[in-house]
Design a protein around this ligand. Structure first.
Ligand code: AMP
Ligand code: ZN
Length: 114
């Protein structure tokens, strides 16, 4: 399942370059082009299974995304701790409608988020 007009589907297809960090058969991790923390990695399903977590039919995909994020977060850059975020819809701050997790680290983060 790919959407020709979807930015992240195009990254998976190699049509748009990305700074890839790690992958599984199901998921891909790459650096965010506009990082909001010293470490900012996006973790996405390679297939366009959902626009966001709200419309995900197969919850097992989420386990693979989280597992890949945990693997990336084993790096020294994340030794101080990290945060895993998924934005949903306009109020959630989502801009790209292809399910993704933000893995953030490398600085102390505020709570609650803005
Ligand atoms: P969201 O706002 O939660 O939908 O997250 C989308 C993220 O995609 C933002 O943090 C953007 O900086 C990031 N982004 C947009 N275009 C690219 C790109 N070509 N490569 C890497 N990250 C991107
Ligand atoms: Zn997509």
């Amino acid at each position: 399942m790919t959407q020709a007009d979807c930015l992240f589907c195009r990254i998976v297809a190699g049509e748009i370059p990305s700074n890839q960090v790690a992958e599984t058969e199901i998921s891909l991790a790459f650096r965010d082009i506009n990082p909001v923390a010293p470490q900012h990695v996006l973790v996405i399903p390679k297939r366009h299974v959902a626009d966001s977590l709200a419309d995900l039919d197969d919850p097992w995909v989420l386990a693979d995304l989280v597992q890949l994020a945990r693997e990336v977060a084993k790096g020294d850059e994340f030794a101080g701790g990290w945060r895993l975020v998924t934005n949903i819809g306009a109020d959630g701050g989502q801009t790209v409608p292809h399910l993704h997790l933000h893995l953030l680290g490398g600085r102390k983060m505020k709570w609650p988020p803005g």
